[in-house]
Structures are given as structure tokens and as C-alpha cells.
Design a binder for this molecule. Structure first.
Ligand SMILES: [Zn+2]
Ligand SMILES: [Zn+2]
Length: 145
């Protein structure tokens, strides 16, 4: 995501534009998989000392989640929350139970199922979480050797 787009997104969500907030969104838009607050904090504070602290990062992530800029999930196997940009496209992930790698999966098989549930329960369905666990090819190979 370009810096200009991030600034526009923050303004559209009535969030004050700061270097740190822009940096966090930039990081998440470039990440291939969801990140924990610690991941973000470590990356941001990597170079310059005192540019971020963990509780500030948490506060910013919470604010972004409330504004639907980010989605908070509980994918990390240590029970830590992970954050990713709220893509328009609905996605699921598969998690490797050995190395914790998280890979997005395209498409969702649950659309018809949601319609069935709506009919049988009368609920208006607003969403779902589906976490798939497995062992990635790298870890399968490591186990065999
Ligand atoms: Zn693995
Ligand atoms: Zn789905």
C-alpha cells in the first residue's frame, strides 16, 4: 500500500495521521501473513531506538480493529492475537502446527453452509472464522529425514 493511500485511509476513518500509525499499516500491507503485536513492535523498533513501545502498538492495533481497518484473529498457536489488513476479499488460513507458518487460502467453501444455517436458525449471518491446521511440506520433509 502506498503511503498516500494509507494517509487517506486514516483520514477516512478519522484517525490522526502519525508516522507510527502509517508505519504499522505499511508493515501489515506488505506482510504475507498476519502479524502479532510483538512482530510489529520488533520490526518497528529494529532500527531506531525508542521509536515504538509495545503498549502503544497494542493501542494503535485496537483502534484500527475498531475502525475495521484491521481484522484481529487468534491464529497464532501460542494464543497470541494476530492482525491483518481487512481485505475486501474474504479469506481463510492454514497454520503449520510445527513451525507456525501461516498461509492464506483463496476462496471460501462456507457460503452455501451459511445460507443453510440462516434458513434453519433464522439468524442473519455476519461472518465466521475457520482455522485449518496441518504440517507444512518443509516440516513433513524435516520429519522424514
Ligand atoms: Zn511447518
Ligand atoms: Zn469463509
Amino acid at each position: 500500500m502506498k503511503q498516500d493511500d494509507i494517509v487517506l485511509l486514516l483520514k477516512a476513518s478519522s484517525i490522526k495521521v502519525t508516522k507510527q500509525r502509517v508505519g504499522i499499516l505499511q508493515l501489515l500491507s506488505e506482510a504475507d501473513s498476519p502479524l502479532t503485536a510483538e512482530d510489529i513492535y520488533l520490526t518497528l523498533s529494529g532500527g531506531e531506538k525508542g521509536t515504538a513501545n509495545l503498549s502503544t502498538v497494542y493501542r494503535i492495533l485496537d483502534a484500527f480493529t475498531q475502525k475495521d481497518i484491521l481484522i484481529k484473529t487468534n491464529l497464532n498457536l501460542e494464543g497470541k492475537a494476530t492482525y491483518e489488513l481487512n481485505h475486501r476479499e474474504h479469506r481463510h488460513h492454514i497454520v503449520c502446527t510445527v513451525c507456525n507458518e501461516i498461509i492464506p487460502i483463496k476462496g471460501c467453501p462456507l457460503g452455501d453452509y451459511e445460507i443453510k444455517i440462516r434458513k434453519s436458525t433464522g439468524y442473519e449471518i455476519v461472518g465466521h472464522n475457520l482455522e485449518i491446521r496441518g504440517v507444512c511440506p518443509k516440516c513433513q520433509k524435516a520429519k522424514r529425514e
